[in-house]
Design a protein around this ligand. Sequence first.
Ligand code: IMP
Length: 180
Amino acid sequence: MYMEEINLHDKAFVPYLTEVEIQNAICDIATQINAAYEGKEVLFLSVLNGAFMFTSDLMKKITLPCEISFIKVSSYLGTESTGRVDELIGLNTSVSGKHVIIIEDIVDTGITIDKVIKLLEMQNPATIEVCATLFKKVAYQGQHPPRYFGFEIPNKFVVGYGLDYDQLGRNLPAIYQVKN
Ligand code: IMP
């Protein structure tokens, strides 16, 4: 099993959430979503890279008719008047009139999700909700807190289950917290 202390780059991490705890939380989230959207079709938008593992496990438990698409949010320098401009990459379907659920690995400050929602709202979806494995509520400053999440966690850095520390650790099936 992977539940020993691990080292990634220059940091040590200690076991925080087990595979079983994560999978149980995903079952709970899927039950909530299946009930809340009964009779509706849903468009799931998974925010890469971090949400890939959560998306895969969650989707296997969703019984609703649904589309799944993968997106990234990037920021580039526009003209002097516009400053930095955000854009969504990879959205290959219209969101107009659809029930959208955004899937994230973790909602921390909420800045990423707020950007994604601002861009999606231009296409007039019917509804938008956010679903995340983890929610750092103490660090949250956004406008769209996750409607569905697995665990509320303290403001400490975590890795595993899709989350990385400088690109390492995404493959771990459990979640680890930085040691200090
Ligand atoms: P936010 O915009 O501050 O909500 O941050 C969102 C993104 O930052 C997440 O999708 C993660 O990719 C990354 N992130 C935030 N906290 C952590 C963490 O503790 N470990 C790994 N990545 C994190």
